[in-house]
Design a protein around this ligand. Structure first.
Ligand code: X2X
Length: 347
């Protein structure tokens, strides 16, 4: 089915009162026609419920179903299928109404919301306390305001996690070790700059294309959180070396299309917001707690896990300073300054 046909079918089946045109009427099922109260909303995610990210969306759906007594249901569409795998189009698709709700990564939405690049600034957030300081602080408020100004209603935060770099050919212990390595990155321009600054050869592609590219050796390396490396069994596609450099972490954001949001009553909005916050907090804690075991499992599969001392970390920080020069004006001087202050206060 084409994306549009799929959307029309999905939308009309779920929201008969919003259906437009004859096609919509023709596709209305008798059940829904008799039960105009029940409503199903689509939720887009990039990763399935084999990963914490997909589990965050499923948890949200579970809580909504439970508390609405079945009157409101969320149906999760993983693997960026509502945007045919093109994850950096998710935000636009939600804005256009092709997607009702999403649990999305700040990286994937950053091409449309420049402020979201804040979280991708290399080595800005050293630990979980720093991430929380931003998402739960003034920075988070400003970022949510930026999302809202683009026609999307942000509801809550979750977490994909600290992204660690892996590759098939050598241990990465210093910026020089990245020289010439082809690294798969998400199609978000800041990553092009970070890996270029480090002397690597960044290649932008979707997650759907990443594993095949690692398998064939079209790329040498990738960067993703431990949960993704573990669940997707990235060790099985030749990624023998994994460096824990914590260079950035991508929060997840629970959000809604504005028209969908306006069509909900006050009670439904409160329900969606509270359950999103609960699901996000649950997933963030679960994902963080799982990391120690994941690391043990990854090492037991023979992956060479590299940790860096303070000097080595500083060398990476120094090598990526140009990213701040290029991106601070795009993100907003004031926001970057606020974030730096919040990170410092969390130390
Ligand atoms: O594509 C990736 O690397 C992933 C799955 O982590 C994101 O969607 C940001």
């Amino acid at each position: 089915m084409t994306l549009l046909a799929e959307h029309i079918t999905a939308t009309t089946r779920r929201r008969p009162f919003l259906a437009t045109g004859l096609l919509g009427l023709a596709l209305m099922t008798p059940l829904m026609a008799n039960n105009a109260q029940a409503r199903e909303l689509s939720v887009s995610t990039v990763l399935s419920d084999a990963f914490p990210w997909g589990q965050a969306a499923e948890k949200w759906a579970e809580l909504v179903k439970e508390r609405s007594g079945g009157e409101l249901t969320l149906r999760v569409y993983p693997n960026a299928q509502l945007v045919a795998g093109d994850q950096t189009k998710e935000f636009s698709a939600m804005r256009q109404g092709l997607i009702d709700l999403a649990v999305g990564s700040t990286i994937n939405w950053s091409p449309q919301v420049p402020e979201l690049n804040l979280f991708s600034l290399p080595f800005l957030m050293p630990d979980h306390a720093a991430i929380d300081a931003l998402t739960q602080g003034e920075s988070g408020k400003q970022v949510f305001a930026a999302i809202e100004s683009k026609g999307i209603v942000p509801l809550a935060w979750g977490e994909n996690g600290f992204r660690e770099v892996s590759n098939s050919s050598r241990p990465i212990e210093a910026p020089e070790d990245l020289k010439g390595l082809k690294i798969r990155v998400v199609g978000s321009p800041l990553f092009q700059d970070t890996f270029t600054a480090l002397g690597a050869n960044p290649t932008q592609m979707s997650w759907a294309d990443a594993k095949p590219a690692l398998t064939t050796g079209a790329v040498d390396g990738q960067e993703n959180p431990l949960s993704v490396f573990d669940v997707a069994r990235i060790d099985q596609v030749g990624q023998a070396h994994l460096t824990l450099w914590h260079y950035m972490a991508d929060p997840l954001i629970f959000a809604a299309n504005q028209r969908v949001w306006k069509s909900l009553n006050e009670e439904e909005r409160t329900l969606l917001t509270e359950t999103a916050k609960e699901a996000g907090a649950w997933e963030t804690a679960m994902s963080r707690e799982g990391n120690a075991q994941r690391l043990t499992d990854i090492e037991s599969r023979g992956v060479n896990v590299i940790t860096l001392d303070e000097d080595a970390m500083q060398a990476f920080r120094d090598a990526t300073q140009s990213v701040y020069a290029n991106w601070t004006p795009k993100i907003g001087e004031a926001l970057v300054e606020t974030a730096r202050t919040e990170v410092a206060a969390s130390r």
